[in-house]
Ligand binder design. Sequence first.
Ligand code: C2E
Ligand code: CA
Ligand code: CA
Length: 298
Amino acid sequence: PVDGNDGDALMKNADAAMYHAKTAGRNNFQFFDARMNDAALERLSIEHALRQALGRDEFRLHFQPVIDVRSGRVEGVEALVRWQHPERGLLPPGVFIGVAEETGLIQPLGEWVFWAACRQLADFRAAGIDDVRMGINISAVQMRNGNLPVLARGAIEAFSLNPGDLMFEITESVAMEQPDETVRALDVLHDMGVTLALDDFGTGYSSLSYLRMFALDHLKLDRSFVEEIGQDIDGQVICDATIGLAHNLGLRLIAEGVETEAQLAYLKSKGCDLVQGYLFSKPLPADEVLAFIRQRNF
Ligand code: C2E
Ligand code: CA
Ligand code: CA
C-alpha cells in the first residue's frame, strides 16, 4: 500500500516490479522499489538518444585482432561497436546494446554494423590485406527474425566478398534458446559459405547433442575461464576440457580475453588454435588495426 496513493499508481508500480522480475529470470518475484522507475526513465532516455544517434551516424566500429597461436599472424579481426556520444564521449556497447535489444533498435543498429564491417573488409582488400576474416556479433533479435542470409548475400555481392571471410558470432545462450531454429538458421548460413562461431562458450547451458548439430566452425571460449588460468584450478580444467571438446567436434577454438603471457603459454600447451585479448591488442579503430596487421603479417 505504500507504493501508490491510487489504483493507477499501484498498477503502474506493480508493472515495473513485474518487468524487473521478468528480466531477472523465471520463477521469481520482486517488490517494487522507487529506483525501478529511475531505471525505466534511464532506459527511455537512452532509447531516445539511440534513435537520434542512428540518424546522426554516431556509431563507430573498432576491430580487435585475432591471432593464430602457432604462427603469431593476425588471422582475423572482431568488429565491436561503439557509440561516439556528443557529450559523453566514446561509449562501450555494454551501455546501449541491452536497451537496443529491448526496444528493437538492435535491428537497424545490427544492420549498420553489418554493412560497416563488410565495407571495412573490402577496404582491407583494397589495402592489400586479403587473408583476414571479419567477425561480426549477431544479436538474439537478428538471429530470430530470419533475414540474416538476405543481409549477408546482399553485402557479399555488393562488396564482392569471399563468404568465408565473414564470421558470424552467435552467443551460446542465444543459440540454445531455440536450438531447432538455430540448427536450421546455421545450416542456411553454412551452405552460403559463411564462417560460424559460438560465442561466450561456457556461460550458457549447452546441450551437447545440439552442439553437435550446429554447423559451426569455431568455439569462442569465454573470457571468464581464461581469466582463471593460473589462479583457479577449476577454471583451468574447463579451458582444457573445452579445447578438447572443440577439437573432437572438428572445431577450432578461439580463447577470448588473453591478457598475460602465462595464459597464452597454457593455452598454447593445450593446443588452443586462436587467441584474442589485451596481451596482443585492444579493439582499435580501422587505421590502427590496419597498421597492426601490416606489422605482424608481413
Ligand atoms: P564479446 O562479443 O564477448 O566481445 C569481447 C569483449 O571483450 C569486447 O568488449 C572486448 O573489448 C573485450 N575484450 C577483449 N579482449 C579483452 C581482454 O583481454 N580483457 C578484457 N577485460 N576484455 C577484453 P566490448 O567491445 O565492450 O563488447 C562487449 C560486448 O558487446 C561483446 O562481447 C558483444 O557481446 C557486444 N557487442 C559488441 N559489438 C556488438 C555488435 O556489433 N552487435 C551485437 N549484437 N553485440 C555487440
Ligand atoms: Ca563476440
Ligand atoms: Ca565473447
